[in-house]
Design a protein around this ligand. Structure first.
Ligand code: AKG
Ligand code: MN
Length: 193
């Protein structure tokens, strides 16, 4: 994995973790098999429809809450478990849950946030696997306005791992794009303590 140079953070990246063919095949399977839902999330006290579809899978005890939402995990599906094992083989952590996000087109997005919920622990390892269309991922330091934001194009088959102090000091987002882009699935593997 290639380290991305980041003050106060530890981010690593593999552009071709899966081949294009593997990535496209898994995209098709997961589009079909996953029970996609449009969650309602809480932003500044208001409940709104999330601008993407999502699903939460994991071990039975892996309860998770984010953006005012409380999620019960669905039981693992074999193709997701297979990806989890492959991701674990290059990470310094094992995972008991995964949040899947489906960005149907360029108008789906994810706003600025950190994955810093208490149940993720102090220095969470979050492994983010992308399938399908390339989307831009941005990182911005919470306090240091002098630091340039970081942009990484996440292609299908790429793996990005955020660990150490990254969630404490940095926020990240997937902005909307006007480019015509097809569907993208992102799996963020996590360990709920
Ligand atoms: O889609 C992505 O690459 C980012 C997903 C993400 O940040 C999350 O699920 O918390
Ligand atoms: Mn995140």
């Amino acid at each position: 994995m290639t380290p991305i140079s980041l003050v106060d953070g530890d981010v690593r990246f593999v552009a071709d973790f899966l081949t294009r063919a593997e990535s496209d095949a898994r995209l098709a399977v997961l589009l079909d098999l996953v029970e996609w839902e449009q969650h309602r999330i809480r932003i500044r006290g208001r409940e709104v429809a999330s601008p993407r579809l999502s699903a939460w899978y994991g071990d039975p005890e892996a309860h998770y809450s984010y953006s005012g939402l409380s999620l019960e995990p669905r039981p693992w599906l074999p193709p997701i478990l297979e990806l989890k094992r492959r991701v674990e083989s290059v990470c310094s952590s094992t995972f008991n849950s995964v949040l899947l996000n489906l960005y149907r087109d360029g108008s789906d997005s994810m706003g600025w946030h950190s994955d810093d919920e208490p149940e993720l622990g102090a220095q969470p390892v979050i492994a983010s696997l992308s399938l399908g269309a390339t989307r831009r991922f941005r990182l911005r330091h919470r306090r240091r306005k002098d630091l340039e934001p970081v942009a990484i194009d996440l292609e299908g088959g790429s793996l990005l791992v955020m660990q150490g102090e990254t969630q404490r000091f940095w926020r990240h987002q997937i902005p909307k794009t006007r480019r015509a882009v097809g569907p993208r699935i992102n799996l963020t593997f996590r360990r709920i303590c």
